[in-house]
Design a protein around this ligand. Structure first.
Ligand SMILES: Nc1ncnc2c1ncn2[C@@H]1O[C@H](COP(=O)(O)OP(=O)(O)OP(=O)(O)O)[C@@H](O)[C@H]1O
Ligand SMILES: [Mg+2]
Length: 453
């Protein structure tokens, strides 16, 4: 049940900031305006410089406003999967005796009662997604409003994230002069939007190959089963090309865009391109094959890591296979390489909306679709969470649960006011093997353990 009206999404990427303004009419999404500006102050998907990031967001807002011909006052911001945790929760309230018919306020109350389960002080509830309501013991109700009952229960999922990341996100957007309407769990929105009905039900995995990171989200039975992040993406390919060929980042990026091929079997051994290199007055001739070897090594390195974790979770068996999105997946040959690595069906998702037929925009489209397609009950649940600063942050002991202490030191020491290329660490050899900074899979697996058996 879609809502009618204008909705705006903001994807704060490591390479670029994207904003989409769309209008929903009877379930149809029409693109009104879109913007895409280079990102600053963001590293590995996380804001590391509030001022720099807010300047870039402001530029993206202005560009989107101009394209859409309207003022943007509030925006739905995507939160990357970094350190996301998912907890099942349930709430219960007696329906007030003066009216036995369940109303909006009762949904609000039962959601709030489910929030009292709560979290450790360094975490915050981002979202509560109701799965079912139970009225006087009758299960499986999607919207209990208007029903008669004495006791209202709700079962759902609570999504929490680190307070610091959420604080920085809100502060950055607000500094750009925009109100945060909702914080949207990016991998959830992505899986919902990119996968079709059958894939969401029987199971499939989305891999978003961004500039600074690669995000994985598997969905089955309409629910997010698994999510993981690898701090490696398309920008690492550019750095590899720059490093191996000893050429500037801008030339390396142009080589990737214009001559890049991820599948070395498809790259010519005779076609060459002249490249200006450091320490030589004469340009050096590079074969397409050699360029392809550099690109292929990084793509394979990323996808091999993804494969290991998907295999461990038995997620490669999902019948929907793999769907690729993100700018890093645009290089020709990525689908073929992924097919070989995962040994399952792989496709590239190209959005169908006019003006944004590019896998890079799949993420921001998914944010707008997510809010546009929220049911009235989802909206009530979300506003119960958003409106209750106290409940979101209520510090209750999570006894018996392992705690997770994030290490942001690396991100925090990156230079201020830097763009992606300048802030990049220097040593990114093609064969470098770095561990993923955040391991979310195990956490989510813990919660949905039975689904992996
Ligand atoms: N046509 C293209 N050919 C090759 N690479 C491309 C192309 N277009 C974009 N890219 C690459 O895609 C990457 C950016 O992708 P995207 O916009 O999805 O990332 P992001 O959302 O900004 O970053 P992240 O998701 O990592 O935070 C960059 O590395 C860029 O070089
Ligand atoms: Mg991205």
């Amino acid at each position: 049940m879609a809502r009618n009206g204008f909705f705006t999404g903001l994807d704060i990427g490591t390479s670029s900031i994207k904003i989409l303004v769309a209008e929903f009419i009877s379930g149809e999404m029409n693109v009104i305006g879109v913007s895409n500006v280079p990102s600053t102050g963001v590293k590995d998907g996380i804001i590391i410089d509030i001022e720099a990031a807010s300047v870039a967001i402001k530029a993206a807002v202005e560009q989107a406003e101009e394209k859409a011909g309207m003022t943007i006052e509030k925006i739905n911001v995507g939160l990357p999967a970094n350190l996301l945790q998912i907890e099942p929760t349930q709430g219960m309230i007696p329906v007030p005796s003066e009216s036995k018919e369940i109303k909006d306020e009762d949904v609000d109350s039962v959601v709030k009662s489910a929030l009292t389960k709560s979290i450790t002080p360094e975490r915050e509830v981002i979202s509560l997604v109701p799965e079912e309501f139970i009225v006087d013991g009758f299960q499986g109700i999607r919207d209990p409003r208007g029903m008669m009952g004495i006791r209202l229960e709700m079962r759902g999922l609570i999504y929490t994230g680190p307070s610091t990341i959420l604080h920085n996100l809100r502060k950055t957007v607000e500094r750009a002069g925009i109100k945060v309407e909702n914080v949207i769990i990016s991998p959830l929105a992505m899986a919902k939007s990119v996968l079709n009905e059958g894939e969401r039900e029987f199971g499939a995995t989305v891999i978003d190959m961004g500039g600074g990171q690669t995000t994985v989200a598997s969905m089955k039975s309409q629910e997010l089963q698994y999510t993981n992040i690898y701090t490696e993406g398309g920008d690492y390919i550019t750095k590899d090309i720059s490093k191996v060929l000893k050429t500037s980042m801008s030339i390396a990026e142009a080589l990737k865009f214009n001559f890049g091929q991820a599948d070395i079997n498809e790259a010519s051994e005779t076609e060459t391109v002249k490249v200006d290199v450091v320490g030589s007055d004469e340009p050096v001739e590079v074969t397409e094959r050699y360029l392809s070897e550099i690109i292929s090594a990084r793509i394979r390195h990323i996808l091999d890591r993804v494969k290991q974790d998907l295999e461990r979770g038995r997620l490669l068996e999902l019948p929907g296979g793999i769907v690729l999105i993100g700018g890093g997946a645009i290089i020709p040959g990525v689908v073929e390489v992924a097919q070989e690595i995962f040994a399952t069906n792989v496709k590239l998702h190209v959005p169908n909306q006019v003006g944004i037929r590019n896998p890079m925009f799949a993420n921001v489209i998914s944010l707008v679709e997510y809010v546009g397609r929220m049911s009235e009950v989802d909206v009530l649940a979300q506003s119960a969470v958003s409106g209750e600063e106290f409940l979101r942050r209520k510090p209750v002991d999570f006894s018996g649960q392992e705690s997770y202490i994030p290490n942001y030191n690396e991100a925090r020491t990156a230079p201020a006011n830097s763009n992606v290329q300048q802030s990049a660490p220097v040593d990114y050899g093609v064969h470098e093997h770095s561990e993923p900074k955040q391991k979310l899979g195990d956490r989510v697996r813990g919660i949905f353990g039975s689904m992996f058996d």
